[in-house]
Each structure stands twice: as C-alpha cells, then as structure tokens.
Design a binder for this molecule. Structure first.
Ligand code: MG
Length: 457
C-alpha cells in the first residue's frame, strides 16, 4: 500500500510527536493510531515507554487499539528505545511500539513503531498505517479474537546480556574504570546503571530516577544540560562521563578532563576502532557529519558512505551495504554486531571497552583532527530550490560533490553543505573547516551564491 501523497503525513523522522492532549497526541489519537498499527502488524506487539508523565495514558489507549485489531500486547514497561528494539528483534514478534518523545520538552510525547527486525519502521509501513488512520480502514477483530495484554519486565535482562556478550568484560574489569553516568531522569535509568554494574566498573549516577518532569535537566544532551555531569567529572577520578537522552538511544560523552565532546567526536572514535578491527570496513553516516569521522575511517583504511539525514536512513544503508559501524553526529551510534539502531547502552559499553583497552579518552580524541563548523540560512522560494541546487552542483564541477541530501561541496580541509528546508522557503548552509574564520567565510560565500541564483543572476 503506497501513499500517493493524498494522505497527510503523521510520522516524522523519528515517529509521531505532539504536545500531550492536543488533538495530535491525546488518547483518541493514540487509540486510532493503535487500531491502525494493529491492523498492519497482525501478531504479538511489544509496547514500551520512556519516563514521561503521559506514558500510561497514551500506552493504554494505543494498546487498546492494538488489541481491538486482534493483536496480543506485551507491556514491557519503562525501557530505553533500543531495549525494546532488541526485544522485538530477538523474540520474533510482529513489531513494537515505543511511547516516547526522546529529547523533547516534558509536555511532548510521541509514538514510534518498530519493524519485526528491530529497526525503526520503514517509510512504506508508516504510509500503510497513515492510510488506515485517515480512512479508518481498521481490521477490527470479532469478540472471540480480541487481543490480550500481559506485562513482561524481563526485556532489560536480555538487552544487558546481549551487550555484555559483545564486549571484552575481562579487559574492562582489569582496567578498574570509574564512570560518571547521567541518565537525565529518562528511560536509561532502568538499564544503564545495571549495565555498568554487570560490566564491573565503578560508577556514580546523576538523575538516575525516571521522572517525567525532568527535574535534573531537560532531556536533550546538549552542553547546557550537561553542566552537573561536567562538574562531577572535573571533581576528579573519572575515566569519563556520559549523558543519555530521554529514551536512551543517544549518548554524549565528557572526557576524563571534563571536556564535553560533541557527538561527531565519539562517532569518529567509534569509527576509528571499528575500522581498525575490520580492515576495509564501511562506516555509514549522514552528510551533516564532521570531516573528522571520514579522517578517522581513512586512518585505518576504511571506507565511508554518506546518507540523507535521519537515523532510519543510516540504519537501512548499513544493512544494505554490510557496514561495520555507523551513526549520526548527535550521539546516535549504531553497532551492527548488536542491532541496527541507535543505542546509548551499547555506546557506553563500547566506549568503556575502548578506554579499557586503549587508554584515556582525552588522549584518544586528541589523535582525531578537529574542525570548526558554522551554520547560516538564507531564504529561497520553493520553486527555485531545485534550480539553485543544480547550479551549485554544476558550479563545483571538477571538485568532489555529494548530492545525497542537498549539495555538499568538499574542499581540502572542509566542506559546505546547502540543504533545502523541508518545511520553510529557505536553505540551511553548514560549513566546516580547520580555521573557524574560513568556515564563516565559506558560509558567507555560499549565502551570496544562493542569493545571486535566487535573484536570477
Ligand atoms: Mg532519543
């Protein structure tokens, strides 16, 4: 069932999101979406939530719709999104539904669907759900075939054991590491402390109680929300700190000196060791990722592939191209030996293993080149966007150009990416260079080029 464009879209890059009890995220919406989801999945559906105040309400409504379509529901409770994904994959069920708004403010919530292989739902399946939602094409079961709902609180056990089986626990225990862990009052609270316990590291937690009011800090792991963690690491004696977002699929690291490390740095570090352990391996990331990832891959003879922005796109490209590692620049790291989704639990375990085997995080990161980035935007009418992009690509003739998502033009020590906004009449211009002044200058140069093309010169 293909959406021909006549059906309004519900799902964004990472599920449906909305402000709780607005028309697009209230119990009626969740019930109707649950009916649509169950009508597609036709089997046992695992349901989990992050730590938000509206979770029980939305989960109940959504599960009600899923059961009405004849599917059995397994309520996995509050779990990280990757924990639910791993359970869907390993238990051979029809799919999963995660009630989460990830890193959004507390008044938001969302509903995200998982395909039977544990990956974020394909766009084709989302379109099928959207069509059923809008046309009310629900497969209502007869009274004798209504689904059941049972609770299962064991999925975190399987997730932790799955991670532990893929890292060198002996090396980790010998290293006697000490970690600062900030769960941000999110779903990571349920799994990450237990994981560290199981790995035999010493640790101190911050905000490790699930609380949908997010009393510690908002759930986006940006620098201003990581101050307490940085202070804790700087107090001394830690090998690194880590902060997870609200549903614990993303992890951001603070190195042993207490320096906040942006997601592209940990992505580069993971890529470096993945390519070292898998000679010639392919790393997949989005066109927006820093050049430092490509440098880390090249340093070990690996290959890089760029995709459109969005973790489901990265995950699918990894599956199709037999990739050894991948992820996004926002702390979403994907380890294919475990599963094809962003996973903050696996990211923490792998980073612990890397530090245990190879030394201090700050030293390892110092070996990876640094770049400065600059962001700007400029207006462009919708109807001129295609022309502008074609001209920019043609203009760079002879140089390296990537048109996967917008136009990305590479230079000796950086690049410029001009991407059309999907929702507004404007282009976003991102640049990167070794010298911050050059990054700014390149952005200004491309803003001028876009303006000239828009104005017809
Ligand atoms: Mg998230």
């Amino acid at each position: 069932m293909i959406n021909d464009g006549s059906v309004p879209r519900l799902f964004g890059t990472n599920g449906v999101r909305g402000v709780v009890n607005s028309p697009d995220m209230d119990p009626r919406f969740a019930l109707r979406l649950g009916l649509s989801i169950g009508s597609l999945m036709k089997g046992t559906v695992l349901v989990g939530t992050d730590a938000r105040t509206s979770n029980e309400m939305l989960k109940s409504a959504c599960a009600s719709g899923i059961m009405a379509s004849g599917c059995n529901v397994v309520d996995c409770g509050t779990v990280p999104t990757p924990t639910l994904q791993y359970a869907v994959k390993t238990r051979g069920v029809a799919g999963g539904v995660m009630i989460t708004a990830s890193h959004n403010p507390p008044e938001f919530n969302g509903i995200k669907c998982i395909d039977p292989d544990g990956t974020e739902m394909s766009r084709a399946n989302e379109e099928s759900i959207e069509r059923r939602f809008h046309t009310e094409d629900f497969a209502l079961a007869s009274w004798a075939n209504i689904g059941t709902m049972v609770a299962d609180t064991t999925v975190i056990d399987g997730y932790i054991e799955g991670i532990v089986s893929l890292v060198d626990v002996d090396a980790i225990r010998r290293a006697d590491l000490r970690i600062a862990l900030d769960c941000g009052n999110g779903a990571g609270s349920m799994a990450s402390p237990r994981l560290l316990e199981r790995l035999g590291v010493r640790y101190v937690t911050l905000n490790a109680n699930p609380d949908g009011a997010f009393p510690g800090h908002n759930s986006e792991p940006v620098p201003e929300n990581s101050k307490d963690l940085i202070d804790l690491v700087r107090s001394g004696g830690f090998d690194f700190g880590v902060v997870q977002d609200g549903d614990a699929d993303r992890a951001i690291f603070v190195d042993d000196t207490g320096t906040y490390q942006y997601g592209d740095r940990s992505l580069a570090l993971g890529a470096y060791f993945a390519c070292r352990e898998n000679p010639g391996g392919l790393v997949v990331t989005t066109v927006g990722s820093s050049r430092c990832v490509e440098d880390a891959v090249a340093a070990n003879g690996g290959r890089i592939m760029y995709t459109k922005v969005g973790s489901p796109v990265v995950a699918r490209a990894m599956i199709e191209n037999d990739s050894v590692f991948g992820g996004e620049e926002n702390g979403g790291l994907i380890f294919p030996e475990f599963q094809f989704c962003r996973d903050a639990g696996m990211a923490v375990a792998k980073m612990i293993e890397i530090v245990a085997k190879h030394g201090r995080m700050s030293t390892l990161l110092a070996g990876i080149p640094s770049y400065s980035q600059y962001k700007a935007k400029t207006r462009c009418p919708e109807e001129k966007k295609r022309h502008v992009m074609e001209q920019l690509a043609a203009d760079a003739k002879g140089g390296r150009v990537d048109t996967t998502d917008g136009v990305k033009v590479f230079f000796d020590d950086g690049w410029v990416l001009v991407r059309p906004s999907g929702t507004e009449p404007l282009f976003r211009v991102f640049t990167e260079a070794k010298d911050p002044a050059k990054a700014k200058r390149m952005a200004e140069e491309y803003i001028d080029k876009v303006k000239a093309l828009v104005n017809g010169s």
